[in-house]
Design a binder for this molecule. Structure first.
Ligand code: ADP
Ligand code: MG
Length: 572
């Protein structure tokens, strides 16, 4: 620490480049080591990277707080949140540009694995960005000393020492994640695809604010008796709630009665949520993929023939490629790609579906004969999908009763409360037959297997070998390709998009060899991540800002690269 102090005093007033002397050095403070991983080029450039490492002999986290994978992830997530709050408090303007600012992506409502924090038996490590102080390009040594030598130790005091943390909040964070994981693990054993605990708060504060709706307005979830199940969780003990069985489930109900809100909570149930979120015990099959229409997206070599037959002009749909998909073809491609990536649960909301993809009623069948309609509607395929591949569907559909015939379970949302109306819907289906002609054929059809061609993908941009840029959760730039992720709805944090970018470069270097099919590439990358952690996919050592993602969002990003080309292997 004294050495650091001396250096900062010596370079005070010099040109910004003199900061480089600190790069890749470690400074020993009383309670921790400060690693300087990268020094920025000037106060306006991307900020410098630091790591603080506190030995467990000082941090003193009891092994029980990180003994299992659930707990480990939750503890790290908690520490990132504490550090983020403390950094808000101590971040201040200390000169030009980013001088004096401490940067760490704000964590949202989900408890996620984050590269920013690493807890091991030996140490607790926190990684972050900070702007080294200068006036113009002239180093402000005194300000730097304030920041590095006085503020950093305070961050450690407030966020990285077990005894200084609010223990009950920490325990709650850990136990909440552990219970959610236990509940999610129980789903398949119980033949369920989702569970929503009684008392859950599903609505959010607003469309742009993911925090819960305040309790004076939100109506807590209450399960209908016929779908009620009890789970025994490690911390909360017995919890009741609604279990949604495997198969085809409809969510019906009048407009504004809470259908989409329920589905959105289920979409997010692939992640764990922080205490107080309201969705702590809303858990979903981890392979669930939200499906929607996404006209304008590119599609490359996807077999959409289960849904779309030959298009006008003789366009082939067994390896369908377009720069500009329609509502129905984009939705078909989204489904087929989710199946290719291994999803066992599709989530659809009529609000974001293409109508002609979802339904084709008796009258339309009479007016437009089958030979002139390339689309086989989802209603004719949804059961075959479950029968042939065991893939369940959960569908919000308030506008058409044609789905009553194909549903196993029908849930009506009435004033934000679910009712089991399966029996009634079945009776109505008998009483008022749709007289539709089934158009789905005898089987669902094949799931695509594609081999991405490495020469079609490049991270290069101009002189830079690798160019990656994430713009929020909506856009990822890889080389010269801008990937539109705005319709990939289960991405929740910027850090996931950054990590997906890194994973693409990683996969390009290792697994994208022109021989491996896409699903194998996904498996490989996810396996590496599971065994070696987020650091393995990073180009730089000790990345501060990567967040765990799922294979489905990774696949979604790859599938939206407009330069992508694929080869279809011969069926063996
Ligand atoms: P639908 O899809 O059935 O038309 P939404 O799910 O979009 O309805 O919900 C309509 C409105 O009701 C939204 O503004 C939502 O925030 C609110 N809402 C949903 N569920 C609840 C609830 N449990 N308590 C209070 N408000 C809710
Ligand atoms: Mg809706």
């Amino acid at each position: 620490m004294r050495t650091l102090q001396q250096i900062l005093r010596r370079i005070d007033g010099k040109g910004y480049g003199a900061y480089k002397e600190l790069q890749r050095r470690v400074f020993h403070f009383g309670q921790f080591d400060l690693y300087v991983d990268h020094i920025q080029g000037d106060p306006f450039a991307a900020p410098s990277r630091f790591r603080i490492r506190v030995p467990q002999s000082i941090a003193k986290f009891p092994p029980s707080t990180y003994a299992t994978p659930s707990r480990h992830v939750a503890l790290q997530d908690f520490l990132v949140r504490r550090f983020w709050e403390a950094s808000r408090q101590y971040s201040e303007r200390r000169g030009s540009g980013k001088s004096g600012q401490i940067f760490i992506d704000p964590p949202g409502q989900e408890i996620l694995e984050r590269s920013a924090c690493q807890v091991t038996q030996e140490y607790v490590e926190l990684r972050f960005f900070a702007g080294l102080p200068a006036a113009g390009r002239r180093i402000l040594g005194h300000e730097a000393e304030e920041m590095l030598v006085r503020v950093f130790p305070r961050l450690v005091q407030e966020s990285l020492l077990y005894e200084n943390l609010p223990q009950s909040a920490l325990v709650r964070h850990i136990e909440t994640a552990e219970d959610a994981d236990a509940a999610r693990d129980a789903l398949s054993r119980l033949g369920l695809v989702a569970f929503i605990a009684d008392g859950s708060i599903l609505p959010r504060r607003s469309g742009v604010d993911d925090r819960p709706m305040p309790s004076d307005r939100a109506i807590p979830f209450q399960s209908p008796p016929s779908l009620r199940i009890t789970l025994e969780l490690p911390n909360r003990g017995k919890v009741t709630g609604m279990g949604i069985p495997q198969g085809v489930t409809l969510i019906v109900g009048g407009g504004f009665h809470g259908k989409s809100t329920l589905l959105r909570a289920i979409e997010r149930g692939v992640y764990n949520h922080i205490p107080g979120d309201g969705r702590e015990l809303v858990v979903t099959d981890p392979t669930a993929v939200k499906i929607r229409a996404e006209d304008g997206r590119s599609v490359v070599g996807v077999d959409i023939s289960p849904f779309i037959g030959e298009l006008p002009g003789g366009v082939e749909t067994r390896a369908f490629t377009t720069e500009n998909a329609s509502g129905s073809t984009s939705q078909a491609a989204n489904i087929m790609e989710a199946l290719e990536a291994g999803s066992k649960l599709l989530l659809l909301d009529e609000d974001t579906c293409a109508t002609n993809f979802m339904i084709r009623d008796q009258r339309m069948q009479a007016l437009i004969e089958k030979s002139l309609e390339p689309i086989t509607p989802f209603v004719d395929k949804v059961r075959l999908l479950y029968r042939d591949y065991g893939v369940s569907t959960l569908l919000v559909m308030g506008g058409s009763g044609d789905y009553f015939d194909v549903a196993d379970t029908v849930i009506a949302m009435v004033r934000y409360q679910p009712k089991d109306v399966t029996q009634k819907a079945k009776e109505i289906a008998q009483q008022f037959p749709t007289r539709r002609q089934p158009e789905g054929g005898a089987t669902f059809g094949a799931i695509p297997r594609r081999i991405p061609l490495p020469e079609s993908l490049s991270a290069r941009r101009g002189k830079r070998e690798v160019y990656l840029k994430a713009r929020g959760t909506r856009t990822l730039v890889l080389g010269r390709q801008e990937i539109d992720l705005s319709s990939v709805e289960q991405l929740v944090e910027d850090g996931q998009v950054k990590a997906i970018g890194e994973a693409m470069v990683y996969a390009l270097e290792r697994y994208l060899d022109g021989r491996r099919p896409l699903h194998e590439i996904l498996l490989q990358v996810m396996k590496d991540l599971k065994t070696k952690g987020l650091d393995t996919i990073s180009r730089i050592p000790y990345p501060p800002d990567l967040v765990a993602f799922r294979a489905y969002e990774f696949a979604a990003a790859l599938n939206r690269i407009r330069s992508l080309r694929v080869r279809i292997p011969k069926p063996s």
